[in-house]
Design a protein around this ligand. Structure first.
Ligand code: NAI
Ligand code: MG
Length: 500
């Protein structure tokens, strides 16, 4: 086992948290894996070991699902009112807020993102999500339904929790996506087995401690760290899980669907994207340039909704490409804990290899590197320069596939026909997000109407609110996270009819 290397800049609570072996949360207890196995978690800024974590496997999944089942069928959770559930969620939100700095530090060293980003985005949005969904806990209602035959029957519907939910999450926003998953399921009254990403298990495990502190009954939230092919696959296939919710690659999303077929558990999926950023000639260029840059470079491009295809009108194309490239050159790439860092390392060596091989494939197929394109120097970490490619063609891999790194493909358009512009923007298997940059607001809304994606941003990109549904058309997924729509992922509807 490798020794844990702790950064001296970390606060005492974070250092203490990292220096103890982290365990699995099952039925309200922190337990070792049934196999006794642990795995190393790495700091992507240095490639050194950050923590040791218990490695859940099928047996641990069975144990956690049993606990969640008991908590759902027999525990106090089922009988708690929405108001009581909501209060617990608000308490949890308060606790996360009180520990904001610690969560930001954990997220920064585990995922690589700049501390400042975790402070203003990941952690506060997590707090908001628990508060927002805590409010819904008292508002999970049905309706009364008028019959076509008058005065013979009376019918109403109720929304009930779907039951035991398996949730599998990725590493790009480890704490925030945990909240996107947990909060609506808790509001609905489900019990949960959450399988966190093997690259970044730490913030969710810390969250587990606060879930206990807040006073959630045992077994309501169980948290497992472990690999996808073992723990994740066992959870997705488990016969006593009523629903599986997944965020990650489209490739694994398809495996989840197959695994879920055994007991036909309900499935919701939030998958990849290849989102267009569309800049018109009449855009406010001063806003569109930093906007298009941040659309792709925020979180190092490791966003499912990253604006990875940049289309700019011929009239402003050169200016936009030069502007976005200048923004890229200005960005300081370095460790997340360094206050001057704008962009941290990619999450893992695997992602580093993936992203750099995409850049190579683009070059090989004829793309031109305007800026970036190389490994950025730095101390054993997985740093890649923010990269702008031009001269790409719609058939190239870099244009078609999700790179999930700081790499944008810029192409000009010379057209006023919105149908044709939309056709190009929609030319992808994905349909997660898009942004439109123009001062002509009617044109923006007409184009928004033609885009096949779950989110359309006008004169902005990557803005989120707990109240807004988020999710994908086409191969970007099934169902919606956040907003009232997220409750549908975690409820069944029952129609009750009386003969009058
Ligand atoms: P992945 O889809 O393999 O992993 C996401 C989660 O699924 C992790 O918790 C993992 O342990 C689990 N998992 C993996 N295989 C599984 C299986 N057979 N059954 C059940 N669970 C399984 O993503 P990965 O390998 O980390 O990244 C690969 C690519 O996926 C990225 O380059 C990116 O393109 C995409 N991705 C998209 C994300 C999104 O937010 N839509 C997030 C992370 C990755
Ligand atoms: Mg994978």
């Amino acid at each position: 086992m490798d020794a844990i290397a702790l950064d001296s800049r970390l606060s005492k609570p974070t250092a203490t948290f990292l220096s103890h072996h982290r365990k699995l949360l099952v039925d309200g207890e922190w337990v070792a894996a049934a196999s006794g196995k642990t795995f190393s978690v790495y700091n992507p800024a240095t490639g050194t070991v950050l923590a040791q974590v218990a490695e859940a496997d099928k047996e641990d999944v069975d144990r956690a699902v049993r606990a969640a089942r008991r908590a759902f069928d027999e525990g106090p959770w089922r009988k708690m009112t929405g108001s009581e559930r909501g209060r617990l969620m608000w308490k949890l939100a308060d606790l996360v807020e009180q520990h904001l700095e610690e969560f930001a530090e954990i997220e920064s060293v585990d995922n690589g993102k700049p501390l400042a980003v975790a402070r203003v985005a990941d952690v506060p949005l997590t707090v908001d999500m628990f508060r927002y969904m805590g409010g819904w806990a008292t508002k999970v209602t049905g309706s009364t339904i008028p019959w076509s035959v008058p005065n013979e029957f009376f019918s109403y519907t109720v929304r009930e929790p779907v039951g035991v939910v398996g949730q599998i999450i990725p590493w790009n926003f480890p704490l925030l996506i945990a909240a996107w998953k947990l909060a609506p399921a808790l509001a609905a009254g489900c019990t949960i087995v959450l399988k966190v990403a093997e690259q970044t298990p730490l913030s969710a495990l810390r969250l587990g401690e606060l879930i206990q502190e807040a006073g959630f009954p045992n077994g309501v939230v169980n948290i497992l760290a472990g690999y996808g092919e073992t723990a994740g696959a066992a959870l997705a296939a488990h016969d006593d899980v009523d629903k599986v919710a997944f965020t990650g690659s489209t490739e694994v999303g398809k495996l989840i669907v197959k695994a879920a077929a055994g007991n036909l558990k309900k499935v919701s999926l939030e998958l990849g994207g290849k989102s267009p950023t569309i800049v018109f000639g009449d855009a406010d260029i001063e806003a569109a340039i930093p906007g298009a840059a941040s659309a792709i470079f925020f979180n190092h491009g490791q966003c499912c909704c990253a604006g990875s295809r940049l289309y700019a009108h011929k009239r402003v194309f050169e200016q936009v490409v030069e502007g976005v490239s200048a923004e890229a050159r200005k960005m300081k790439v370095g460790p997340g804990l360094d206050p001057s860092t704008d962009m941290g390392p990619l999450v893992s060596e695997e992602q580093f290899q993936r992203v750099t091989s995409y850049i190579e494939s683009g070059i090989k197929e004829g793309a031109k590197v305007v800026t970036g394109g190389k490994k950025a120097s730095g101390n054993g970490g997985y740093f890649v320069e923010p990269t702008v490619l031009t001269d790409t063609k719609p058939s190239m891999k870099v244009v078609r596939e999700e790179i999930f790194g700081p790499v944008v493909c810029a192409e000009p358009f010379d057209d006023a026909d919105l149908e044709r512009i939309a056709k190009r923007a929609n030319d992808t298997i994905y349909g997660l997000a898009a942004s439109i940059w123009t001062k002509d607001i009617s044109k923006a809304h007409k184009l928004a109407n033609l885009l096949r994606s779950g989110t359309v941003w006008i004169n902005c990109h990557n803005v989120f609110d707990a109240s807004l549904p988020f999710g994908g058309y086409k191969q970007s997924g099934w169902g919606r996270e956040m907003g009232s729509e997220a409750l549908a992922n975690y409820t069944e509807i029952k129609a009750v009819t009386t003969k009058l």
